[in-house]
Ligand binder design. Sequence first.
Ligand code: HEM
Ligand code: HEM
Length: 177
Amino acid sequence: MPAQSQYGTTAKLFHWLIVALLTVQYAIGWLMPDLHRDMKPGAPMTLHVSLGLTILAVIALRLVWRLTHPVAPDSSLVGLQRLASEAMHWLLYLLVFVTTLTGWMFASFRGWSISYFGMWPLPMLSPANPAYNKAIDGWHQAAEWSLLIIIVLHVSMALVHRFIYRDGIMQRMLRGN
Ligand code: HEM
Ligand code: HEM
């Protein structure tokens, strides 16, 4: 399919839905009680895992949409700018996948059984494996912080385009362009 010059309504809805879900997810992640050895997941952790797997499903759908509905970088971006912007976007997708999958591995290695929002049992990725608990915890934290750093850079660039370059990049992700 030839690349479009603008994001469509679906791409914009996916973008802002992920922003909303990630905002809530980081808040739950930081506010939920710290884990101790052999602890069973309580309500906040069930919420974090359920929302996290929702994010995984939404980002997978969004990626399929992105691949089947390509959008060309803005024509005002040239050379390295174009490359950096594209690289940043793919890195955002990648890091959302890595963060959700390391979280899921964490829950799996602990041998937890968790129901999706307390309703349907969730499949785990592997049998319990306490030997890897510490390592996978480190991976989930590294992933969530890397994602946050790239998000901060991404939002900063959007604001630089809006208020310093005063071009139309920000408008590309907003309604009615
Ligand atoms: C993009 C989605 C996700 C984000 C942004 C995220 C973010 C976070 C944050 C901020 C923490 C607190 C860790 C800390 O103290 O630094 C955390 C902990 C945790 N997350 Fe996630 N998470 C996500 C997805 C998931 C998923 C899908 C699962 C499981 C299926 C999961 C399982 C866990 C577990 C088990 C902990 C506790 C680990 C600990 O206390 O060190 N997360 N997450
Ligand atoms: C308030 C926060 C945010 C603002 C203001 C913002 C703004 C924008 C803008 C203006 C674009 C269009 C850039 C262009 O195509 O030239 C864009 C694209 C994009 N944004 Fe954000 N963004 C925000 C948060 C996020 C977050 C949290 C993610 C995390 C996944 C994200 C992922 C992406 C991706 C992947 C694209 C490329 C479009 C696509 O391939 O689907 N954004 N964003």
